[in-house]
Design a binder for this molecule. Structure first.
Ligand code: TMP
Length: 199
């Protein structure tokens, strides 16, 4: 967290179909926090999101990482930092950990390069806590809609690597990450998320 910021910055991460959106909607309704997401939390980001997930041409993995980073850099500067500086708590659906998990582990990109890209995009802004909502890939697949986006449509082994990439990040940084078992009941998951966020 940058000195002078007063709001708290929370992030929720996980593979597609892990149940993040339900938790974000619940927390925002209960706490009145500012909710946003990546990619697509700004008008520019929504355009970038469309290019990445629904464009006619799939970006290369490096281009994909850079597009995610462009979305993040813009949103950090125009939404997240200003909100934190005004004392607002921000809850972001995905952040830099997604680029490590998807473009790094999923697409097997260069992790050092991705870390450097993330550092530029975030300007060093780290979440106070990241919740990893962990579910096995087969469970997540069963929860997804019938019209998958370009990344959701990738094969099971891609999503297994993404899940492993998330668990590795959480294991490496237990001070900032908390793993919540997303296969528990909604009430149990919600209680575990609340505990992790100090609610
Ligand atoms: P969402 O459906 O949870 O909003 O996520 C959008 C997709 O974008 C999801 O498949 C994960 C992917 N993604 C990345 O691959 N890298 C990133 O850095 C981010 C933020 C999302």
């Amino acid at each position: 967290m940058t000195q002078g910021s007063t709001g708290r910055f929370f992030v929720i991460e996980g593979i597609d179909g892990c149940g993040k959106s339900t938790q974000v909607e619940r927390l925002v309704a209960q706490q009145g926090w500012l909710a946003t997401r990546e990619p697509g939390g700004t008008e520019l980001g929504a355009t970038i999101r469309g290019l990445i997930l629904h464009g006619s041409e799939a970006p290369t993995p490096l281009a994909e990482a850079l597009l995610m980073a462009a979305d993040r850099a813009h949103q950090v500067a125009t939404v997240i930092r200003p909100a934190l500086e005004s004392g607002t708590t921000v809850l972001c659906d995905r952040y830099a950990g997604s680029t490590v998990a998807y473009q790094g582990w999923g697409h097997q990109g260069d992790l050092d390069q991705i870390s450097a890209i993330n550092a530029i995009a975030t300007g060093g802004l780290l979440p106070n806590r990241t919740i990893l909502l962990d579910v096995p890939v087969d469970v997540a697949l069963g929860r997804r809609g019938s019209d998958p986006d370009r990344l959701e449509a990738l094969d099971t082994s891609f999503h297994e690597r993404v899940r492993a990439g998330y668990l590795a990040q959480a294991a490496e940084d237990r001070d900032r990450w908390t793993v919540v078992d997303g296969t528990d009941s909604l009430a149990e998951v919600s209680a575990a998320v609340d505990r992790a966020l100090g609610l």
